[in-house]
Design a binder for this molecule. Structure first.
Ligand SMILES: Nc1ncnc2c1ncn2[C@@H]1O[C@H](COP(=O)(O)OP(=O)(O)O)[C@@H](O)[C@H]1O
Ligand SMILES: [Mg+2]
Length: 327
């Protein structure tokens, strides 16, 4: 029986979602093969809670636990932390250093995709449509004239390293620009201003499944708010997820092809989710890659997996077994 550390928590606005993601993965893991240990990370505290309720610190020299005087070593780690430090390459780098197998994307893919601006640059170079954008660092002056020239209004101001729409503002006019810039810099020292793409929001799970890069399905995200902001994402009734999206077959195939190209070229691993805005003329504009997509019982990726007739437990087994091949 392999011991799997299922890492949950994290240091971002997506903490609560991560707990739910890990709970679902825990429930779905094949217990005849794996013995999962839920490891909770918050700030500098990395702990395991025993069935008796005792909190035990993880030894970070070798990522082990000492339980009842005995050392517990893990065979692999299942990373289920959204945002920092699970999705931005930090945990991946740590596990690389100590030689511990882990699921999902490696350090570089995680770090690259987590910076929305750098990711845009690479994805644009693959010939995939990406909206024009500008990149700024803290203390730079965001010139409204330049923003108007490149992006126009409305446009989106976003922290480069964030998620769940935290630090994302839709800016309708020049007056709204500087409060949006201030908001984005609360979360990161880099931001981007991106031209708004008018269209329907689509998202496509894609992963290395049974040895091939497979696009799962395309889901339309319908937001009841002005855009898919934090409230819309996490308040009941504020969004609808439609799987499969009601789009022409050729559009579906194009979105899947873009998602697969991004997965391969960015050297992703595990299962990621790629977001697009589909314009009325059928062009999917790339928005971002989520390398640790939500995997709660209600989330998009588990739904897409079920939709194409795969078994979630089998898919998780596959992801864990892949982690051994990489090491
Ligand atoms: N260029 C854009 N055009 C239209 N809508 C956008 C654009 N950028 C972001 N959005 C809206 O903002 C939401 C959050 O932006 P996104 O880049 O996906 O950041 P996050 O990582 O926080 O989800 C998107 O789901 C979409 O609704
Ligand atoms: Mg998003």
């Amino acid at each position: 029986m392999k011991k799997i550390a299922l890492m949950t928590g994290g240091n971002s606005g997506e903490y609560e979602i991560s707990l739910k993601t890990a709970e679902n993965i825990y429930n779905m893991l094949d217990k005849s093969r794996y013995e999962p240990y839920l490891i909770h990370l918050r700030g500098n505290e990395w702990t395991y809670t025993t069935p008796e309720g005792e909190k035990v610190e993880v030894n970070r020299n070798d990522f082990s636990l000492t339980l009842h005087g005995e050392k517990v070593r893990f065979d692999a780690v299942f990373i289920a932390i959204h945002g920092n430090p699970g999705e931005n390459g930090r945990l991946e780098g740590y596990f690389d250093m100590i030689g511990m197998p882990y699921t999902g994307c490696g350090m570089l893919s995680s770090a690259l995709t987590f910076n929305k601006f750098y990711c845009n640059v690479v994805v644009r170079s693959l010939g995939i449509p990406v909206a024009p954008s500008l990149h700024y660092f803290k203390n730079d002056t965001v010139d409204p004239v330049r923003v108007n020239e490149v992006c126009g209004y409305p446009c989106f101001v976003k922290s480069c390293n964030s998620g769940s729409s935290v630090g994302v503002t839709k800016v309708h006019s020049e007056e709204e620009l500087s409060p949006a810039v201030e908001e984005a810099f609360r979360y990161d020292n880099q931001l981007m201003v991106e031209k708004m793409v008018h269209g329907r929001e689509m998202t496509c799970g894609v992963g290395m499944i049974h040895g091939e890069i497979r696009a799962l399905a395309v889901t339309e995200v319908v937001s009841m708010r002005e855009f898919y902001d934090y409230k819309s994402k996490y308040t009941d009734g504020q969004h609808d997820l439609i799987t499969p999206a009601d789009i022409p077959e050729e559009t579906r195939a194009l979105i899947c092809q873009y998602a697969q190209t991004i997965f391969r070229e960015l050297n992703c691993g595990g299962i990621v989710r790629v977001d697009f805005i589909l314009t009325a003329d059928g062009t999917p504009y790339f928005l971002e890659v989520n390398t640790i997509p939500g995997q709660t019982a209600m989330s998009i990726v588990p739904n897409q997996i079920r939709h194409i007739g795969l078994d979630l437990t089998d898919v998780y087994t596959d992801l864990i077994e892949q982690s051994f091949q990489r090491c």
